[in-house]
Design a protein around this ligand. Sequence first.
Ligand code: HEM
Length: 126
Amino acid sequence: RPRADFYEAVGGEATFRALVARFYEGVASDPVLRPLYPDEDLAAAEERLRLFLIQYWGGPTTYSEQRGHPRLRMRHVPFAIGPAERDAWLRIMESAVDSLGLAPEHRAQLWDYLLMAANSLQNRPG
Ligand code: HEM
């Protein structure tokens, strides 16, 4: 886990709530990503991603209390994630990150992690 002070420095829960809400607004109307989400309502998925990111960045560990070990690679196996899905995820996430107006070094830290994580979750070749 990164230094716990990152979480407070970027604004705590409100920042992650805004980030993930923006992200799922984008997913809701994205023709590549929307079909991957089985539920009609994206609220539960939104909460899981929000709690995961909060935990990862040093906030409360509610994610693991509810879901156990993240095992993200395993949890994404049911979804076909090729380059198009990864690119769509990153494009929507980048615009959500940019909407936060973070300090450049925080923005870079957050983005580097999300880029690395999205690359590691691609599970279909191009
Ligand atoms: C779950 C797609 C990348 C974190 C999911 C789900 C889908 C999905 C369809 C199921 C929705 C649900 O929770 O019901 C994708 C795609 C990605 C991607 C297409 C493109 C590369 C990422 C990245 C992260 C992440 C980079 C973390 C930084 C999560 C988490 C869950 C999840 C925490 C919920 C896991 C659980 O507790 O069940 N993702 N994802 N995903 N994703 Fe992703």
